[in-house]
Each structure stands twice: as C-alpha cells, then as structure tokens.
Design a protein around this ligand. Structure first.
Ligand code: MLT
Length: 240
C-alpha cells in the first residue's frame, strides 16, 4: 500500500490498483458500469480540454473537479450519481480531479492498472487473484499529497479480501507495515463505512458541499461487478 508521495517514480509494480473512494474511482467504476465507452484521466485541465477538443462533441463528456466542486466549463463534476446510463452511455468521459486522476497517471506505466473503490472491490480482487501478479501496489490518492482515511480503509478492504481468499499468513503477503495497518483499519470500520466517511476530512469537505448522497453511495461494498482497466496510458475501459 502506497500513498502517491511514497511512490518512487522509477519503480513500477506489475499491478497497480489506484484508489480514490471519495470519489474519483467510484465515479470511474460507475460511469463504465453505466455504459461509458471509456474514461480518460488527466492531471491537468488544459490538457483535458485540448485532447477532448479532438473528440466528436456528442461522444464526449468533460468532467472536472477541484476542491470537491465542479470546474466551470465542464459538463459534469465528480459525482458518481451523475453517471447514469442516460448521461454517459456510449460516451468517453474526460475526467480530471484533485487527487484521484493524478494517482492513476502516476502508476500508468504498470503492466496492469486498475481503478478500485468499495463499490467494485470484489471485481478487482477476483481479477487480481486470477492474474496472480508478482507485485501489487494499492495506491491511495490521499488529499494533495497527504494521508486519507477513506482510501486507506478501502485499500484495507482489498487487502483483507486478498489475504482471506488466498488463505495465506499476512506476513507472507504484506510488503510493508502500511498494508497491515490498512487491513486493521478496515476491520475496525467495515460495518460502519458511512460513519467512517463522516470522520474523514474529505468526507467532511463533501458534507459541507451537500454531497450526503454521494457519501452514502460511495460507502457501499461490492455492489457493482465492474473492473476498470487501463488499455493505454490514462484510458480505462470496462474489462469484459
Ligand atoms: C479527488 O480526486 O480528489 C476526489 O475525487 C475529490 C472529489 O471528491 O471530487
């Protein structure tokens, strides 16, 4: 388990799982599940505008978030609840967010890049177990370089499920102390994930922005059977 600032630039794992449970990776999973053709992620808004300009207008949606709020000039912000089939079906979502899309860009050179949230945890775990990669990094997005409770708990949810299903001692699988701590945090909060969001600083930021329903949605575990997987740098599709 690594937060982005701990990710050494030159080192690349075989499999990188990016996590931004509030809300970017929840939004990505939801959009792909609702029939979006792909989600293309950007660290930078100007680059997003430039690349999406070359796309057919009726086949694209620009989604931008900074500080939890929608960026002016975009079609959408970063609420997963906006990603209904009516809105996203057949379209490419061009997405930039404060932290989540940046975490995905940081790990884009791994052989396997996945986007995980609580809502699609089981699908991610099932895929990792089927591929048996030698090294797996679970990369929490955090907030502007700092630690995030909700991403750590989601990383713990993934690691807990891997450890349980492999039926293997934790010390044989965990590459560092962070993953052991993440599993412990998940085990503490697993029955109260919404409450945990209410304690987290970004959860509180979203509550101030009246995103109560987003928090409820993001706190559900294993509700979508969708695996967002990178096919080319920064482009994720639903694995079929
Ligand atoms: C991010 O990338 O920092 C988040 O997804 C922020 C948000 O909740 O929109």
């Amino acid at each position: 388990y690594h937060t982005p600032e701990l990710t050494p630039g030159s080192e690349v794992p075989e499999c990188a799982i990016a996590v931004d449970v509030l809300r970017a990776t929840t939004t990505i999973a939801t959009a792909l599940n609702a029939g979006a053709e792909a989600v293309q992620v950007f660290s930078d808004l100007d680059k997003l505008m430039k690349v999406s300009e070359e796309w057919q207008p009726d086949k694209r949606l620009r989604a931008g978030e900074r500080g939890g709020s929608t960026v002016a000039g975009c079609d959408l912000g970063n609420s997963p609840l906006d990603c209904t089939p009516e809105v996203v079906k057949g379209k490419r979502l061009f997405l930039t967010t404060t932290n989540g899309t940046r975490a995905l860009k940081r790990v884009q050179d791994a052989s396997i890049v996945l986007a995980a949230a609580l809502i699609n945890r089981a699908a991610v775990v099932e895929y990792v177990l089927s591929q048996q990669p030698e090294t797996v990094w679970i990369v929490g997005s955090g907030w502007e370089g700092s630690y995030s409770l909700e991403d750590t708990v989601c990383a713990g949810a993934i690691a807990h499920s891997l450890v349980t299903q492999l039926n293997c001692p934790l010390n044989e699988l965990a590459g560092n102390d962070e993953v052991i701590a993440a599993i412990a945090l998940y085990r503490q909060w697993q029955d109260n994930l919404l409450e945990m969001f209410h304690h987290a600083s970004h959860g509180q930021r979203l509550l101030r922005l009246n995103c109560h329903e987003d928090l409820k949605y993001c706190s559900q575990t294993d509700i979508l059977d969708v695996l967002p997987i990178q096919t080319e740098a920064g482009v994720l599709i639903k694995k079929v």
